[in-house]
Design a protein around this ligand. Structure first.
Ligand SMILES: Nc1ncnc2c1ncn2[C@@H]1O[C@H](COP(=O)(O)OP(=O)(O)O)[C@@H](O)[C@H]1O
Ligand SMILES: CC(C)(COP(=O)(O)O)[C@@H](O)C(=O)NCCC(=O)O
Length: 348
């Protein structure tokens, strides 16, 4: 906690358990010393979404005296994405060959679009309007797969370490390319160049090597490519299925990592024959949290959401109000480090 503001921290489940004691100090900061056994009437209610809102409900109640008011995960993701796409000027961008291009979205032409949220698993949501959406697909091969398999294969201790390894690696050492199969040439008749991956990790079959014989960097790179490629491909096929021209990728897996975005972009480009582009969101990891926060307004508790907008924009009265005003006003909320400054005063 800093002053009357709330600092945002993102913790993995195991980290949350480890810092239970520190977390309990927050209770003092937020609500004064109520003790562990604060009477129900005095407890604070905080919006929360995702599996954690269910899983950590008891922990928050016991250690913090806070009731987690659960907001549906998909609604939160959609509300968060819609809000950002309307309110933040530099929110959506394409990423190709190392070049980041911000895309200005015409608010009247935002819907329909496909929202692909890559967290532990992947959800694909067709968004047709404010609070109008359908989860049309998903895949269990997502961020958790990259982190989990990566941990086992490379013995990495942190996600950032695994990402860094992937940055240094060369996937061609382990992936079987079309050229490896076709004697150095591509298979142009069916549109495959010699450098297209024919089979992720396929070289390991015939190389007679043990895991230890591969550089962890190369393993991490192949893994990241395999997973990002697969997500890009499934996303595009779903966009095609519903005739959606825009695909926005969010979720904490992406983390603005260049190679991840590049691979997803290449996959969408490849499968769409260059007709579709992957779009990334600047605040990709916080869609759900932001959407849950926005639900204060939906519930008629306009104070908090309005307070947020009023404190950080001089004009906007509603987060869902007219786009141009929001676009110019909330622009200043985005700091240089990419954070949206957000202060919430919890009232008794
Ligand atoms: N520092 C990190 N620690 C752990 N996972 C991270 C980290 N940064 C990015 N990730 C990725 O984010 C994924 C979880 O994304 P998140 O959106 O938080 O999902 P969930 O909703 O399942 O909690 C992880 O599986 C991992 O791929
Ligand atoms: C169950 C989930 C919605 C949970 O979201 P997450 O915590 O992974 O962000 C997500 O993991 C998911 O959509 N998994 C893919 C399930 C499937 O469609 O096969």
């Amino acid at each position: 906690m800093a002053g009357d503001g709330v600092e945002v921290a993102k913790l993995e489940e195991k980290e949350l358990k480890l810092c239970e004691d520190q977390v309990s100090h927050l209770a003092l900061d937020i609500g004064g010393d109520q003790g562990d056994e604060a009477p129900a009437g005095d407890k604070h209610i905080v919006k929360a979404t995702g599996g954690g809102a269910f899983k950590f409900s008891d922990l928050f109640k016991e250690k913090l005296g806070i009731i987690l008011d659960k907001v549906d995960e998909m609604s939160s993701l959609v509300a968060g994405a819609n809000f950002l796409l309307k309110a933040v000027h530099h929110e959506a961008f394409t990423y190709m060959d190392g070049v980041k291009d911000y895309v200005q979205i015409d608010h009247k032409d935002l819907y329909p679009y496909l929202l692909v949220n890559v967290g532990s698993g992947v959800s694909m949501i067709k968004v047709d309007g404010d609070n109008e959406f359908e989860r049309v697909s998903g895949t269990s091969v997502g961020g958790g797969t990259f982190w989990g398999l990566g941990k086992l294969l490379t013995k990495c201790k942190s996600f950032d370490e695994l990402l860094e390894l992937s940055h240094q690696g060369n996937n061609r050492v382990i992936d079987m390319l079309v050229g490896d199969i076709y004697g150095g040439t591509g298979y142009s008749k069916i549109g495959l160049t010699s450098t297209t991956i024919a089979s992720s990790f396929g070289k390991a079959v015939s190389q007679n090597k043990e895991l230890e014989d591969y550089r962890t960097e190369d393993v991490a790179r192949s893994l990241l490519r395999m997973i990002s490629n697969n997500i890009g491909q499934i996303a595009y096929l779903n966009a095609l299925r519903f005739g959606l021209k825009r695909i926005f990728f969010g979720g904490f897996f992406i983390r603005g990592h260049e190679y991840t975005m590049d691979t997803i972009s290449v996959a969408v480009h490849f499968w769409s024959n260059g007709e579709a582009k992957a779009l990334f969101l600047h605040h990709e990891g916080f869609l759900g949290a932001l959407g849950a926060f926005m639900s204060y307004e939906k519930q008629g508790c306009t104070d908090i959401a309005h307070q947020f907008m009023e404190e950080h924009s001089s004009v906007a009265k509603s987060p869902f109000c007219t786009s141009d005003r929001l676009e110019s006003s909330t622009h200043t909320d985005v700091k240089d480090n990419g954070c949206i400054e957000c202060r919430v005063q919890v009232r008794n």
